[in-house]
Design a protein around this ligand. Structure first.
Ligand SMILES: *[C@@H]1O[C@H](CO)[C@@H](O)[C@H](O)[C@H]1NC(C)=O
Ligand SMILES: *[C@@H]1O[C@H](CO)[C@@H](O)[C@H](O)[C@H]1NC(C)=O
Ligand SMILES: *[C@@H]1O[C@H](CO)[C@@H](O)[C@H](O)[C@H]1NC(C)=O
Ligand SMILES: *[C@@H]1O[C@H](CO)[C@@H](O)[C@H](O)[C@H]1NC(C)=O
Ligand SMILES: *[C@@H]1O[C@H](CO)[C@@H](O)[C@H](O)[C@H]1NC(C)=O
Ligand SMILES: *[C@@H]1O[C@H](CO)[C@@H](O)[C@H](O)[C@H]1NC(C)=O
Ligand SMILES: *[C@@H]1O[C@H](CO)[C@@H](O)[C@H](O)[C@H]1NC(C)=O
Length: 442
């Protein structure tokens, strides 16, 4: 049943050790690389401070045809607002926008552009991060799989700088589903990149925008909500968010679905920074029988592919003494889900949003998306909301790519106001199907 949903899982989730069997031979796994540690005293630096920077060792600049690529380890803040750190890969285009004239796609004011791309994957495990696995496309290849790097190549070809962030936590805490943590990491990665030598003092205020689909959109949307309070000096040109997941518990309440195989990793991940909640969760697992705690806890060490293989055909509810529903109702866990898995509570996005979603999204229904967008519209957020009548969750990822690039290009070159409504919300039902042409590229 779940054989075909590998890309779906990658899109929706951030998994801790995916691609372990395909890891880049050249580089050292982050878990064994002392570079991936925060220097002593990092807690006292301000969020976004660059703690370490090095040329990217994974050959990513050749793969995406870039002038240079760096890994930056920077100070950030965890989901419980405690000092933490994260890593981004920052990639420099060969001919940046600010050196292009308008006919070459440059902005008429000569400003630089930076895309913060939230890969649908927010691994908390250091060995699962894009800084390590992007060069191997997270170990995924084969028919129908377009490498994530192709979108970065596209962005760089337009002259945009690009950065790809993932929260990388010290130790083995897979904080999957921890929305505020992901938001903090994205905002701090932009602070770090803007303060790097490529930008700082050299370039006039660049424009920057975010792009994320599915699990990636969770990071972008939390960043958009948290920005005004956490990083008020930032001024985003826009954010494109697709396949949005306003309520992650909606996805994870279904004990049998295309992504139910990652519920164990999801529940363990969201409780990773809450020891009492984790203890309670584990206490609710059956001690024996075929669906028991030992089997469930294997998810701590499984890659997404291994989770599909092991949990894919199971009913996840069977692992719990009182079933899966009881987990989502337990007072011991409700606040953890509440603080981490719901959008619309952490602030008001200040930048223009392009939101796109398949009306028949099979991962989480359109209703919570409509609710979130209404909620934002009520308080004056500027949104273009496309509801696509065609396809499901995976299809909309492909179908949304041309529209995302169009929006991002407009916000990053300063032509947004000429082409879009700059105030209020525009809701449109669209009928867009580019999946045929996209698939044929693979
Ligand atoms: C823009 O750059 C291209 C390529 O260098 C050049 O051919 C063209 O004349 C330039 N256009 C303007 C308006 O400067
Ligand atoms: C899995 O995904 C496919 C394709 O989107 C969908 O048709 C099917 O109903 C899904 N299966 C389950 C069990 O949700
Ligand atoms: C736990 O589940 C696994 C897999 O079904 C099984 O092999 C093992 O014997 C079970 N352990 C207990 C204590 O029941
Ligand atoms: C995960 O793997 C580590 C290292 O191999 C091992 O020590 C640990 O017991 C494993 N944990 C689980 C829950 O299987
Ligand atoms: C899944 O397991 C739960 C708990 O055992 C059970 O109540 C439910 O009916 C099962 N669902 C399906 C579709 O078999
Ligand atoms: C701007 O808003 C109007 C009124 O809602 C709508 O008809 C129009 O299509 C919107 N334009 C764009 C470019 O979204
Ligand atoms: C979308 O396009 C593909 C390829 O042309 C086609 O196979 C598919 O049926 C189309 N989907 C819909 C819902 O029209």
């Amino acid at each position: 049943m779940q054989q075909l949903s590998i890309i779906f899982v990658l899109l929706l989730l951030f998994e801790r050790a995916i691609g372990q069997n395909n890891r880049n031979e050249i580089t050292i796994p982050p878990s064994q690389d002392p570079w991936y540690t925060a220097p002593v005293g990092f807690e006292s630096t301000s969020p976004g401070t660059i703690l370490r920077i090095r040329p990217d060792p994974s050959n990513i600049n050749t793969i995406v045809d870039a002038a240079a690529a760096y890994n930056i380890l920077f100070r950030s803040t965890d989901t419980r607002y405690r000092p933490s750190w994260a890593v981004t890969t920052f990639i420099v285009p060969k001919i940046p926008l600010e050196r292009r004239n308008v006919t070459e796609g440059g902005a008429d004011d000569g400003k630089a552009a930076l895309l913060s791309f939230q890969i649908p994957y927010n691994a908390a495990s250091t060995d699962g991060g894009p800084s390590y696995l992007l060069a191997t496309n997270f170990g995924l290849s084969g028919p129908g799989i377009t490498p994530m790097t192709s979108y970065i190549t596209n962005a760089l070809g337009r002259g945009w700088y690009a950065e790809v962030t993932v929260p990388d936590f010290e130790g083995p805490t897979a904080a999957f589903g921890a929305g505020p943590q992901a938001g903090h990491a994205v905002l701090d990665s932009i602070r770090a990149v803007l303060s790097s030598e490529e930008f700082n003092g050299k370039l006039e205020k660049p424009r920057y925008a975010m792009w994320g689909y599915s699990g990636g959109s969770i990071a972008s949307t939390f960043a958009a909500e948290i920005q005004a309070s956490y990083a008020p000096e930032l001024d985003f040109a826009g954010a494109a968010i697709g396949g949005i997941v306003p309520d992650l518990t909606e996805v994870f309440r279904k004990p049998i679905s295309n992504v139910s195989s990652v519920i164990p990793a999801g529940l363990l991940g969201v409780t990773a920074q809450y020891p009492t909640a984790r203890e309670y969760l584990v206490s609710q697992l059956n001690p024996s029988g075929p669906y028991n705690a030992t089997a469930f806890l294997q998810a701590l060490n499984f890659s997404a592919l291994q989770s599909i293989g092991y949990f894919g055909s199971q009913n996840i509810s069977e692992y719990f003494i009182n079933g899966l529903d009881a987990i989502y109702e337990a007072p011991e866990l409700v606040r953890v889900f509440g603080d981490n898995e719901y959008q619309g509570y952490h602030g008001i996005p200040q930048m223009p949003l392009f939101v796109y979603k398949a009306i028949h999204d099979d991962s989480n229904g359109i209703a919570t998306s409509d609710d979130l967008i209404s909620h934002y519209c009520k308080v004056g957020v500027n949104i273009l909301y496309h509801r696509n009548t065609i396809g499901g969750h995976e299809d909309e990822f492909i179908n949304g790519i041309p529209r995302s690039f169009e929006f991002l290009s407009d916000v990053l070159t300063g032509t947004y106001a000429e082409k879009y409504n700059v105030t209020g919300c525009t809701w449109v039902d669209v009928t867009i199907n580019v999946t045929g042409s996209a698939t044929s590229q693979c």
